[in-house]
Design a protein around this ligand. Structure first.
Ligand SMILES: [Zn+2]
Ligand SMILES: [Zn+2]
Length: 263
């Protein structure tokens, strides 16, 4: 029985071959794959349409961007499919056979973590994802704002991703062309982030960085000790988890009755 992570050799529970940190990395990698593939396909289509498919910087030794990108896209897609097949072989649930590979892998982390090839799966998918991202060299000013909200004729949700270029006030779905107010989408993403569970130190740091609220780790820990801030969930390492909303609310109620001194 294995007692260490097959990727980073951190200690794990019996029968678990991927530690919590590497499992979180796998989730992050899987989350990025659909967007990276869509961006790469977009870039290739744009280069094909404009005929600007020559290598960068006039370097004749460099293969065309769209060729490298297409190869990277194909490799990543094939890896997702073959690892999904591998996982399916260990899955008793036959009803998931028709689920697409990336969503299937995401919902099968418990199966993946129980197999000694879990580390290889993560290394291969992560390496291949990086190749795709590098191949199209996405300009940093394009912001991914999540899945499109449009309902299609067959009542399914549009599979497109909404993107904002630079500081445009309008964001657009690359699939159906639907436009959105970027500011409203940003608010929505913030709300979603505030509902996500994380260890206290992570939340305190995030609130600090986003300039939402300035509290020290010490006072947050004191609120927990006083029972003012109550965690309802733990991660598999036994670390208590909180949401940013909980911490903001605790901070707000704490400041009542403690008026700020005038400057
Ligand atoms: Zn690990
Ligand atoms: Zn759309």
């Amino acid at each position: 029985m294995s007692l260490e992570c097959t990727r980073c050799t951190a200690p794990t529970a019996e029968g678990i071959h991927l530690c919590a940190t590497c499992a979180a990395q796998l989730t992050a990698t899987l989350d990025q794959i659909p967007d990276a593939l869509a961006t790469a396909r977009d870039t290739v289509a744009r280069l094909d349409a404009t005929g600007t498919s020559s290598g960068g910087g006039g370097n004749p030794a460099k293969p065309p961007v769209n060729l490298t990108a297409m190869e990277a896209v194909t490799e990543l897609q094939e890896l997702c499919v073959s690892w999904a097949r591998m996982t399916l072989e260990h899955d008793d649930n036959d009803s998931l056979r028709n689920v697409e590979s990336v969503p299937y892998l995401k919902m099968s982390l418990h199966i993946i973590r129980g197999n000694d090839w879990a580390g290889d799966l993560l290394d291969e998918l992560d390496g291949s994802l990086r190749k795709v991202i590098r191949a199209v060299d996405v300009p940093p000013e394009v912001m991914n704002m999540g899945r499109c909200w449009t309902t299609r004729e067959d009542q399914s949700q549009c599979p497109g991703l909404v993107r904002r270029v630079g500081s445009n006030s309008i964001a657009r779905c690359h699939e159906c062309g639907e436009t959105y107010e970027a500011a409203a989408l940003l608010e929505h993403l913030k709300d979603k982030g505030r509902a996500a569970l994380a260890p206290l130190s992570v939340i305190v740091k995030a609130l600090h960085q986003s300039k939402t609220i300035r509290i020290t780790q010490k006072s947050a820990e004191r609120w927990v000790a006083e029972g003012h801030l109550v965690s309802e969930q733990m991660n598999d390492k036994g670390v208590r988890l909180f949401t940013a909303t909980q911490v903001i609310q605790a901070a707000a109620s704490k400041s009542i009755g403690r008026p700020r001194k005038a400057a």
